[in-house]
Design a binder for this molecule. Structure first.
Ligand SMILES: *Cc1c(COP(=O)(O)O)cnc(C)c1O
Length: 403
């Protein structure tokens, strides 16, 4: 009397079960903000700033309108602009290099570590040795720009190898802005938190991040009081006192309503991230059990590092065909990111041809993000693995595995 139960559909992300679990608390704080009618920089923002700063082992938190605006505000506060260059990775979300360019500075791309997909300290050193000239500041010879900062991205939720990157930053007097948009709660082997290494750490609370708002929101964290205060002033058009502008800032404020939602959700962040890590462990072991180790490379975690798995990204053979097969099997996936930034049309002026950053380009062709959100059940996870296994055993996947 076996009955075939329907195969579960597995979306890349479903935020509804998380909301259902905390809905009464969230509705209550939203109601309280509505009753207060204080929507701008109220007590919820203050509380969130203090809590996120403490969580990230930083002294100061400045709530902002998005992760993108956190990066832009950090660049502005550190005085980066025309004539300056910022070293970063071409394999990231657009905002990383987009904000560097919007600030008027030049993104200086550096290839990635193929194991972690994060910017490679060896490549940064090689770029400095090959193309830059020290003495009275670091000059990037081909562009004539002054290299003033480093913007590492803790991609997918795993910290970059910050030790050697911070050594380089100290040696060449570079400011460090951490793009920790995907990495709140990620730690290195000594327990140091994402966002706590550089001059400014930038978080995004976009709904798909581990700590997601009900819309756009973000935060800058910093240790230095003067820098934090400068960011606070720039967040409100640079006016201090009000209507007196020594600086040109913008409206980079986080909403009180978003802060209220985030204050509730922050209580659950570690448990949610722990469940993501368990899901990751399930996938990694199930890939081995299914004998898929040759076709599917599971994420590499640096020894002792705490990965928060904003994304669980595999590297696979025949990626696009696998992705289509999974879509037909009801499994949602995404490609983060299909086109590295140095090959984006808007950055053509930087003059990079295909082949300039081979590891980033290879990653763009081979990576695939699987569903990893905390509420997935074992049945969902096994369904994803079974669908992948079916692809490599039959059809085009098996053909390409033989080739
Ligand atoms: C999400 C993200 C951002 C931008 O954050 P928003 O809140 O969407 O503006 C920046 N960098 C990286 C790496 C991201 O993943």
């Amino acid at each position: 009397m076996t009955r075939t139960s329907p195969v579960p559909r597995v979306p890349l992300l479903d935020l509804k079960p998380q909301y259902e679990a905390i809905a009464p608390r969230v509705r209550a704080v939203i109601e309280a903000v509505c009753a207060s009618q204080q929507f701008i920089l109220g007590p919820q923002v203050k509380a969130l700033e203090a809590r996120i700063a403490a969580y990230a082992q930083c002294r100061h938190g400045i709530g902002v309108s998005s992760g993108t605006d956190a990066l832009l505000l950090a660049l502005m506060a550190l005085g980066l602009g025309p004539g300056d260059a910022v070293i970063t990775t071409p394999y990231t979300f657009f905002a990383t290099a987009g904000t560097i360019a919007r600030a008027g500075a030049r993104p200086l791309f550096c290839d990635i570590d193929p194991q972690t997909f994060n910017v490679c300290p060896g490549q940064v050193r090689a770029l400095i040795e090959r193309e830059c000239q020290a003495g009275g500041g670091l000059i990037h010879r081909p562009s004539g720009t002054r290299v003033k900062a480093l913007m590492p991205v803790h991609l997918y939720g795993q910290l970059c190898d910050m030790g050697p990157l911070m050594d380089l930053a100290r040696r060449f007097d570079l400011k460090v802005i951490e793009d920790a948009a995907q990495a709140i709660g990620a730690r290195d082997s000594q327990g140091r938190q994402a966002g706590s290494f550089g001059d400014v750490g930038c978080f995004s609370f976009f709904p798909t991040k581990n700590l997601g708002a009900f819309g756009d929101a973000g935060m800058c964290v910093a240790q230095d009081a003067a820098l934090a205060e400068h960011m606070e002033v720039l967040r409100v058009h640079g006016g201090k006192p009000k209507y007196h502008h020594a600086f040109i800032g913008g409206n980079f404020r986080i909403d009180e309503l978003q802060a209220a939602v985030l204050n509730v959700k922050l209580d659950y962040l570690d448990a949610w991230s722990a469940k993501r890590a368990l899901n990751a462990q399930y996938y990694t072991q199930a890939v081995e059990r299914a004998g898929l180790g040759e076709a599917v490379r599971t994420p590499a975690v640096r020894p002792g590092f705490h990965h928060i798995y904003n994304q669980y990204v595999i590297r696979v053979r025949d990626r696009d065909a696998l992705r289509e097969h999974l879509a037909r099997s009801g499994v949602g996936t995404e490609i983060y990111y299909p086109i590295p930034l140095h090959l984006q049309k808007c950055f053509a002026y930087l003059g990079h041809a295909p082949g300039a950053f081979p590891e980033a380009e290879r990653a763009a062709d081979e990576t695939l993000a699987l569903p990893i959100y905390p509420e997935l059940t074992e049945r969902h996870l096994q369904q994803v693995i079974d669908s992948i296994a079916a692809f490599y055993r039959t059809g085009s996947g098996a053909a390409s595995a033989r080739a």
